[in-house]
Design a protein. Structure first.
Length: 296
């Protein structure tokens, strides 16, 4: 009896899935997954998740995110690269620690798979110019906040920042207006770069996916941390009476910015290479408003 069922992944896609799984294993079980830059450490585990989302869609991204989440949880028990925070959290509540480590990564991979499909499916070039502008605005904001933290870093001060920085973040009107200004400037810079036709839609879709993977990983991870463990004595000691925004900004630090940069650049490069090697099915390019010719 014949069936019309389709395989979830073809042979080439299974090869990509296997390679990305191997990378997560290497990054999780060896120090190679963390790149020290002075006092900073960049995590590379989100890169295989982004590439899987590009190559395999939401399902592939979710699978890879789930694998990343499982190994992140195992690090709480000292398996692979140990996580001091993870060890403390798992002693407080093993179930909550599992949720906090696993679910954000699973959701991250799933959502960025849809993000890649959405950007790739845009039919008008101006649409993905705007998407790139929005991503540039978010990146510009992250760059601005990281720069402010570095310029106003005070190792002996509360929150590790000086009084001027705390006052800036603690003044809602000043903080909001400055962030809007930075975001608008960054939006137009990103829009102009892509509209100059130096980047194809495939490259834009891959880069946006890489950026969103790093961004959402940080947002989901920190949100789960605060929601599940915010009332514990351990977390209250870390928060130390701060505003939640101050806590997240200082806790994440400049690391998140470097993770965004590396994940964006590597995903764009690897994703474009996979398209050229026909390991990813080509999608119709966006159309110019004044022409029916494809951009790519």
């Amino acid at each position: 009896m014949k069936t019309n069922s389709r395989k979830l992944f073809n042979t080439r896609q299974l090869v990509v899935l296997g390679l990305m799984t191997a990378l997560v294993l290497i990054f999780s079980l060896t120090p190679i997954g963390s790149i020290p830059i002075g006092p900073l450490s960049i995590t590379l585990n989100v890169i295989p998740v982004a590439i899987a989302a590009v190559a395999l869609g939401p399902v592939g991204g979710a699978i890879m995110g789930g694998i990343f989440g499982i190994f992140s949880f195992l690090q709480c028990f000292g398996i692979g690269v140990p996580s001091t925070m993870g060890e403390i959290l798992v002693n407080i509540s093993p179930f909550s620690a599992f949720v906090q480590r696993f679910v954000p990564r699973l959701l991250d991979g799933l959502l960025v798979g849809f993000i890649f499909k959405g950007v790739s499916a845009l039919k008008n070039v101006r649409s993905y110019y705007i998407v790139t502008g929005i991503v540039s605005a978010l990146f510009g904001f992250a760059l601005f906040m990281s720069g402010m933290m570095l310029l106003n870093y005070d190792k002996d001060g509360k929150y590790k920042m000086n009084d001027q920085m705390r006052e800036f973040i603690g003044t809602p009107s000043m903080f909001i207006y400055t962030c809007i200004f930075v975001a608008l400037i960054s939006f137009f810079i990103g829009y102009l770069i892509v509209s100059s036709k130096k980047l194809t839609q495939t490259q834009v879709a891959c880069a946006v996916t890489g950026f969103c993977t790093a961004l959402l990983n940080t947002v989901f991870f920190m949100s789960a941390l605060v929601i599940l463990f915010g009332d514990t004595e351990y977390m209250q000691g870390l928060i130390d009476g701060r505003n939640i925004l101050l806590f997240v900004v200082t806790f994440v630090g400049v690391n998140a910015l470097f993770e965004m940069i590396t994940t964006t650049v590597i995903t764009a490069a690897v994703g474009s290479a996979l398209f050229k090697a026909k390991l990813i099915q080509s999608r119709p390019a966006a159309q110019s408003e004044n022409s029916s010719e494809p951009k790519e």
